[in-house]
Write a protein that binds this ligand. Structure first.
Ligand code: F6R
Length: 591
């Protein structure tokens, strides 16, 4: 995700900002930029690539400026699309995190009024709006401009002619750092910790104006106070936003990811063009690892809802048994967009005549270049090796896709969207309740082997739960369809092998309870992942991890979040290197 920093004080701005941007590198970015305000002129440096490769810049000895690390959303990663963005007269510079939903309309209107745009970004409209609304006062111009925006933003701006920094937030974080005679605005406290540990977190609707004589925060034009907090973190911890591991931080970002994806793809209907699927006779998903599990869940959903035959193939096996595919839609799922096996399989599918859709989290990645169509998951960068928020984001795309392909009646669509909108809050409740999951994780940490089971969509959900457990805790965990246990794995059951069961309240429910009885009778500790309104399940198991009730079709989402936490706390108890499990890499670029 993008990172913002603004500085006004007595140190050289180019130095403070470069250091701050380096501190936010862990967030991931594809390009970056700095503008320092040298009174009569803005000196700007923008480029793609890594800040680490650049020495200290010399943008003049100004002590006020802004900077940004960009994770491309609107427009490819390029020097031009990197922030800061300037107005036509190069008098105002702006950096922004978030998404301006109505930017195309604004851009059209501004262009008609004579504004010339240099980039493809949504952010640039903010610079031009401020220019248009400027009447000698930067904060008033920003306030008027914000009123025209739809979407989310953390924005910081500076303009020539005055030593002033203005910032505002709406649904995207912005923190004010308060030093001795110097002030910072940043999306992340890591950028300021080196200089001050006194911060005030801005709230939605806040606008802050910073000058040499201090700062003022207003909300809706009314002056407001925000509590100044003393940061308890050292720099190391703060890079993870206060979480002990990136994985935990990323799990905690899931409600926000779901909200962002709703903003992007859902209003009163689902904005996903599926014309690429016209006339297809089958879908083949190609993926590896966690993405493969997302695909398996996709098979259940699409076959059930859209009535299209679906195959799911391990990308690494696909090239050994493919058939002609003129009427096939191949869907490659890859978080990184760089997994060598998936890329190779997608190329193979293309050469056999398939249409290729890619679901990925990384704009501009290799997979997007092979694809005919791309859907972005917009989860932001994921640093922890174990896929967590990106898996949930993949599932969301799959739900939206299944729904669009099935063409539901308007009332069904409305019901689906209403359910969807409740998901961020429900996931948040799982996170708020994570102490209970931690207690179960502490118990599971004492075992060397586990079996995960499920039926229907509960089966691939169980597979993913087992993968998460084994990769970060190093405990051997296998996923099985609950019905398969009798055909071999039963031999493993007993006091040394706990069983984690995904119990879904759908047509699989009764038979699943029977299976649990059979497992329990063989002496295994049974942990159910179940919904909170299901007291019945407690009778069949030893421990229950409960999640908020959702339509049964959505349980892969809620159960997966709970099982990500379960794996996390188990591994934490054992003391594993959670973010960088042995032998694993975030992006697997070899076959
Ligand atoms: C597990 C995990 C891996 C990846 C797999 C594919 O937590 O992250 O199993 O899912 O390596 O990666 P992508 O999705 O980047 O193709």
């Amino acid at each position: 995700m993008c990172g913002i920093i603004g500085y006004l004080g007595y140190r050289r701005a180019d130095e403070v900002i470069t250091r701050g941007l380096k501190r936010m590198e862990y967030r991931g970015y594809d390009s970056w930029g700095i503008a320092v305000n040298n009174g009569g002129v803005l000196n700007v440096h923008k480029c793609t690539g890594s800040i680490g490769d650049t020495g200290m810049l010399d943008l003049g000895d100004s002590t006020i400026g802004i900077g940004h690390t960009r994770w491309a959303t609107h427009g490819k990663p390029s020097d031009t699309n990197a922030h800061p963005h300037l107005d036509c007269k190069r008098e105002i510079a702006v950096v922004h995190n978030g998404i301006i939903e109505n930017f195309l309309l604004l851009r059209e209107e501004l262009s008609e009024e004579g504004h010339i745009f240099a980039s493809e970004t949504d952010t640039e409209v903010i610079a031009h709006l401020i220019e248009k609304n400027f009447d000698g006062n930067l904060e008033n111009a920003l306030l008027r401009s914000l009123k025209e925006l739809k979407g989310s933003y953390a924005v910081v701006a500076t303009g020539i002619g005055e030593r002033k920094l203005v910032g505002a937030r709406y649904k995207s974080p912005l923190v004010l750092g308060i030093g001795d005679g110097e002030y910072f605005l940043a999306s992340d406290v890591t950028a300021v910790l080196e200089y001050t540990s006194r911060v005030a977190y801005l709230e939605d609707g806040d606008l802050v104006t910073i000058t040499d004589s201090g700062y003022e925060i207003t909300n809706n034009g009314v002056s407001v106070e925000r509590e100044i907090e003393l940061l308890p973190w050292d720099l190391d911890a703060a890079e993870k936003g206060g979480y002990e591991h990136f994985m935990l931080k990323e799990i905690h970002e899931i409600p926000r990811v779901v909200e962002d994806m709703l903003l992007e793809y859902v209003s009163d209907t689902i904005h996903l063009d599926v014309s690429f699927a016209a006339g297809i006779s089958e879908i083949i998903f190609l993926a590896c690892g966690t993405s493969y599990h997302a695909a398996l869940i996709g098979k259940y959903l699409i076959e059930e809802e859209a009535n299209i035959p679906v195959r799911v193939e391990y990308a690494s096996e696909f090239n050994y048994h493919r058939t002609p595919m003129e009427r096939t839609l191949v869907i490659g799922i890859t978080q990184s967009g760089e997994t060598a096996d998936t890329l190779e399989a997608l190329r193979g599918a293309r050469s056999f005549g398939a249409r290729v859709l890619v679901i990925t989290n990384v704009l501009g990645s290799s997979a997007t270049r092979i694809a005919d169509e791309v859907i972005f998951t917009r989860a932001g960068p994921e640093i922890g090796v174990a896929a967590t928020k990106t898996f949930i984001a993949q599932l969301i795309v799959i739900y939206l896709l299944a729904s669009r392909l099935s063409m539901p009646a308007p009332d069904e669509m409305e019901k689906f969207i209403t359910e969807f909108r409740m998901l961020p809050e429900k996931v948040q409740r799982i996170l708020d309740d994570s102490e209970k999951i931690q207690r179960v994780g502490n118990i599971l940490a004492g075992y060397d082997n586990m079996i995960y089971i499920g039926r229907g969509t509960g089966f691939p959900t169980a597979l993913e739960g087992a993968l998460k457990m084994k990769e970060i805790s190093y405990i051997h965990a296998e996923g099985y369809p609950a019905g398969e246990l009798k055909h071999g794995p039963f031999a493993l059951l007993g006091a040394k092998t706990p069983v984690v069961a995904c119990v879904v309240k759908d047509k699989t429910y009764d038979i699943m309870l029977n299976n649990l009885k059979e497992v329990k009778a063989r002496g295994s500790l049974v942990v159910a992942i179940a919904e909170e309104d299901d007291p019945e399940v407690e009778k069949y198991v030893d421990l229950v991890v409960t999640t908020p009730t959702v339509e049964s079709v959505f349980t892969p989402l809620t159960y997966s979040v709970a099982m990500q936490l379960l794996a996390y706390y188990t591994a934490a108890r054992i003391g594993c290197a959670i973010d960088k499990p042995r032998n694993l890499a975030k992006s697997v670029t070899v076959e």
